[in-house]
Ligand binder design. Structure first.
Ligand SMILES: Cc1cc2nc3c(=O)[nH]c(=O)nc-3n(C[C@H](O)[C@H](O)[C@H](O)COP(=O)(O)O)c2cc1C
Length: 325
């Protein structure tokens, strides 16, 4: 399947696995890349730049296909040595970076100098246009359905994707809420050149997280996510477990006086990490998107990508073509 995305990334299929904190290890990235998509290692899941260098080397041993590294530029409790992470990416010869959170502007000169293509993930048309202006090679446009940070505009992909496609010149990945081939066909029809998925790749055999989490995603409906940190204007869509419900309760009670300190301990990243690795669903906050309502299997990445591509093509060939008769 050829689109501007496969040509840009050198992949067989226009399918990208978005960066995922505590999930995007080399095992998953390599499995996605070997299956013809673009796997992405999550840079900041590695505690130090040296660890990232080792993780990239591990991935290079597991695949000879292109893969990328995600660099998330969000406010963190502990300052992150971003320049050092960028240097590791450059030195390792990685040629694709997914940025997200804030503008990648401070690092664009370095990326350009080393021929690194930047896919910037953003949640609005204005930020997508800004990324294009900065020289990013592509954007991932993340609708309100998405897992993680959907921004504060709350525009869903049925409107966001065609609105972005109208004005963008660079290739666009549709992101957020996608897990099936029917949806992929819809996204391509709406103007995307490919798709980016997070939650769907969590429920795969190779995702290095506990089976309890994968089973919880399969069991959950599209209504089982929660939006946390909304009063702090740093909204995140997460799996609706006991901790997320307690956070929402505290946010409701605090009203205008909501402060991060009130929930800091409950939402600690270390607790979410334990939930994912040990399968204790209610141990902390962990990320999952509305698409969980469409996920009913735990396939390998190869099976998943083949299934999505097959369903996408048959949707166009049979369902949509039938309308032309
Ligand atoms: C467990 C999990 C962790 C995530 N962590 C990050 C992250 O660290 N950085 C980032 O840019 N996006 C992160 N995301 C967002 C994904 O890259 C992707 O944009 C999103 O999952 C798309 O929505 P979907 O889950 O509906 O497919 C995360 C998503 C999940 C499910």
């Amino acid at each position: 399947m050829k689109t501007r995305i496969t040509e840009l990334l050198g992949t067989r299929y226009p399918i990208v696995q978005g960066g995922m904190q505590n999930v995007g290890y080399a095992e998953l990235a390599a499995a996605v890349s070997n299956a013809g998509g673009l796997g992405v290692i999550t840079g900041l899941t590695q505690p130090t730049p040296e660890d990232l260098a080792k993780e990239i080397a591990r991935c290079q041993q597991m695949t000879d296909q292109p893969f990328g590294v995600n660099l998330t530029l969000l406010p963190t409790i502990k300052p992150v040595p971003y320049d050092e992470y960028v240097q590791v990416i450059v030195d390792a010869g990685v040629k694709i970076v997914e940025t997200a959170g804030r503008s990648p502007e401070p690092f664009m000169a370095t990326f350009n100098q080393h021929g690194i293509k930047v896919i910037h993930k953003c949640t609005s048309v204005r930020h997508a246009l800004k990324a294009e202006k900065l020289g990013c090679s592509a954007v991932s446009v993340d609708g309100f359905e998405c897992a993680g940070h959907p921004g504060e505009d709350d525009v869903t992909n049925l409107v966001l994707l065609p609105a972005a496609a109208r004005v963008l010149k660079i290739p666009m990945l549709a992101s957020g809420g996608i897990g099936t081939g029917v949806q992929m066909a819809a996204c391509l029809a709406l103007g995307a050149d490919g798709i980016n998925m997070g939650t769907r790749f969590m429920a795969t055999k190779e995702a290095p997280i506990h089976d309890n989490i994968k089973r919880a995603i399969v069991a959950a409906s599209e209504r089982d996510t929660a939006l946390v940190y909304r009063p702090l204007r740093n909204t995140a869509r997460v799996y609706k477990n006991k901790v997320a419900e307690q956070v929402n309760e505290i946010e409701r009670e605090a009203g205008k006086d909501m402060k991060f300190e009130l929930i800091r301990d409950m939402v600690a990243g270390t607790k979410g990490k334990v939930a994912l690795s040990e399968g204790d669903i209610d141990h902390g906050i962990w990320t999952s998107g509305m698409v969980q309502g469409l996920i009913d299997s735990i396939p390998s990445c190869e099976e998943l990508i083949q299934d999505i591509i097959g369903e996408c093509q048959s949707t166009v060939r049979e369902r949509l073509n039938a309308l032309m008769a």
